[in-house]
Design a protein around this ligand. Structure first.
Ligand code: ADP
Length: 164
């Protein structure tokens, strides 16, 4: 039984995240999307909001569940009995950090394997930071996030959607 976790901030979840969820769910028996609850980090959406947003757009995937966690990822994985970590790689700039984290996780939890999925070409530029930047200036984010999130993201910036 292959149980994997796809951890991240997902602030907000993007089409790039959803693509990784869709692809990795096919590779494992059970996929847990783990929203990192980091009280020190200033996030646009609360942990609960991020969990429910991901739940909304993954409800058609029978083997995907969404939870939040805090503290060390490997400790949470031991708790839920997961041994695989899914991460997405966009550019070389992601690589060094991801490699370091993956190796550290193996020291802490030797049974752990990290699976890196390369981003789909159309989302290679996409990050939650870019979405927030665009939205804060009233830019069109319809190609970046699921349609049901658009108004909620603009609302965080007190921006009305003017026929976008
Ligand atoms: P973190 O703060 O852990 O990097 P993110 O929410 O930014 O959290 O990203 C979670 C994971 O999703 C990371 O592995 C990241 O590389 C991956 N990811 C983010 N955006 C994309 C994208 N457009 N295509 C593929 N993977 C992505």
């Amino acid at each position: 039984m292959k149980k994997a976790i796809y951890p991240g901030s997902f602030d907000p979840p993007t089409l790039g995240h959803l693509d990784i969820i869709r692809r990795s769910a096919k590779m494992v028996d059970e996929l847990v999307v783990g929203v990192l609850h980091n009280s020190a980090k200033n996030s646009l959406f609360s942990t609960d909001e991020r969990v429910s947003m991901i739940k909304e757009v993954t409800k058609e995937f029978p083997n995907v569940t969404v939870t939040s966690f805090d503290g060390l990822l490997v400790n949470y994985m031991k708790e839920i009995d997961a041994t695989l970590i899914i991460r997405g790689l966009r550019a070389v700039t992601d690589f060094e950090y991801e490699l370091q984290i993956a190796q550290t996780n193996r020291v802490e939890y030797p049974e752990v394997e990290t699976i890196f999925l390369t981003t789909s070409l159309e989302y290679s530029y996409l990050s939650s930071t870019i979405v927030k930047e665009f939205a804060s200036y009233g830019g069109d984010i319809s190609k970046f996030v699921p349609p049901e999130f658009i108004d909620r993201i603009y609302a965080k910036y007190q921006i009305e959607r003017n026929g976008l």
